[in-house]
Design a protein around this ligand. Structure first.
Ligand SMILES: Cc1ncc(COP(=O)(O)O)c(C=O)c1O
Length: 424
């Protein structure tokens, strides 16, 4: 199946491509579903073919007309990963994808591809804790400086100011996470992309915009269409979708993703073939799952809003029309997703009493699975963030994060009311 159809070469919708694109059944005995290619290595038809495959894999020469890279060894390439990567690129409306062993493997491999000693990165905060640690503690060991700017309406201006301070020629990457975890704060991707263009213009050097699209992508947000160079995911979350695997993926322009894949080959951060197969299975239902989860989340967010023991609710579907955040939401998101952050009375004790009383939602970190999950950011996912920073990023003692799953909405509503009743 081709990605495009008809004379006008219009693209099929990603839901359709997720079922057939990038795989030829007749290369696998007519099997409608791709088999799992559990092999570490691939046999060459001749020594010359092996030589040609390596020349392309290591970018020793450009491909000849209609020449495609051949399969070599599963650290470099594997059919299960390649089919998944093509389908993810289709979802994100990009050229190419790369699958990884985890979301952190995707982000760190990207960083090691783009950044060199002396370079600087500007990042929005809050951001996922592992990414924060990579930027704050690991990259500085390689003389790469990270600057954090507050996620929100002012982010584009703050990125521009930080670039002026650092010197535009040093800023080689801007990394955003929107909506931010756990506050659900949105950053205007297009406006930051314009700032990145300006940085490039002034420095005459490359500067790349990467967006962690884990919370809303690939269904409700396509950062590439808003000017991002790289779209990064923890595929452990909605893409995998069943809380039964750890994986990552990034998509972007052909040349850029090929460079990242070369680093992946050397670092060995690729996903394994079975995970690739699981991701393919999951990608077939990602749209159905995410839309249904978002529909239920919308109902629960409204229930929370009216509850006397709930102080505040942060959910993109509840943004005030007329506010800047609502304008950003309308511009760049086609759905509000299924992560809700809400603050209960009674601080940590109130939140813990509530969390201990859930009967349907599970008390566990992670998100985006078929089952609902609840957690306490201050003492769990964000427990290593200094106290004063927690306040700035909106992680209060009573804050609970809920990832809404596929259970029946009325059962989840009952569970939520029951858990809130336990707040003293
Ligand atoms: C927004 C976000 N990005 C990246 C990651 C890292 O992904 P992984 O756990 O697959 O390495 C996570 C994990 O929770 C996340 O929530």
């Amino acid at each position: 199946m081709d990605r495009f159809h008809g004379k006008g070469k219009k693209a099929y919708n990603p839901e359709t491509l997720a079922l057939g694109y990038g795989y030829d059944p007749f290369l696998s005995e007519g099997s409608v579903k791709p088999p799992v290619f559990l092999t570490s290595t691939f046999q060459f038809r001749s020594a010359e073919e092996g030589q040609r495959h390596f020349e392309l894999a290591y970018h020793l020469r450009p491909p000849r007309a209609s020449e495609v890279p051949g399969l070599i060894y599963s650290r470099l390439n594997n059919p299960n990963l390649e089919i998944f990567e093509r389908r993810m690129a289709a979802w994100d409306q990009t050229d190419e994808g790369a699958a990884f062993a985890s979301g952190m493997a995707a982000t760190s491999t990207l960083a090691f591809t783009l950044l060199r000693p002396g370079d600087a990165v500007i990042t929005s905060a809050p951001i996922y804790g592992g990414t924060h640690y990579l930027l704050q503690h690991v990259l500085p060991q390689f003389n790469i400086e990270a600057t954090f700017v507050q996620a929100g309406d002012d982010t584009p201006g703050l990125v521009a100011e930080a670039a002026d301070r650092l010197g535009p020629e040093r800023v080689r990457m801007v990394f955003l996470e929107t909506p931010a975890n756990p506050s659900n704060t949105l950053v205007d991707i297009r406006a930051v992309a314009d700032v990145v263009e300006n940085i490039k213009h002034r420095s005459h050097k490359d500067c790349w915009l990467a967006v962690d699209n884990t919370f809303l992508g690939p269904v409700f947000q396509q950062p590439k269409l808003l000017g991002a160079d790289f779209v990064v995911y923890s595929a452990t979350k909605f893409i995998g979708g069943h809380s039964d695997l750890i994986a990552g993926v990034l998509t972007g322009g052909l040349e850029q993703v090929q460079a990242v894949k070369l680093t992946r080959t050397i670092l060995g951060t690729m996903a394994n073939p079975f995970t690739g197969w699981m991701l393919l299975r999951s990608l077939e239902t990602v749209s159905v799952r995410m839309r249904r989860q978002a529909k239920t989340a919308n109902k629960l967010a409204r229930l929370l809003l009216k509850h006397p023991k709930v102080r505040s609710v942060r959910y993109p579907g509840l943004l005030e029309p007329g506010s800047n955040q609502h304008a950003v939401f309308s511009k760049q998101c086609t759905g509000a997703g299924s992560l809700i952050a809400f603050e209960v009375d009674g601080g940590v004790r109130g939140a813990q009493a509530c969390l201990n009383a859930f009967e349907v939602a599970r008390l566990a970190v992670s998100l985006g699975g078929t089952e609902s999950l609840v957690e306490h950011p201050m003492t769990m996912t964000h427990s290593d963030v200094p106290q004063e920073e927690l306040e700035k990023i909106g992680v209060s003692p009573g804050l609970i994060r809920m990832s809404v799953g596929l259970e029946h909405a009325s059962d989840l509503a009952r569970d939520l009311r029951h858990a809130l009743d336990a707040v003293p």
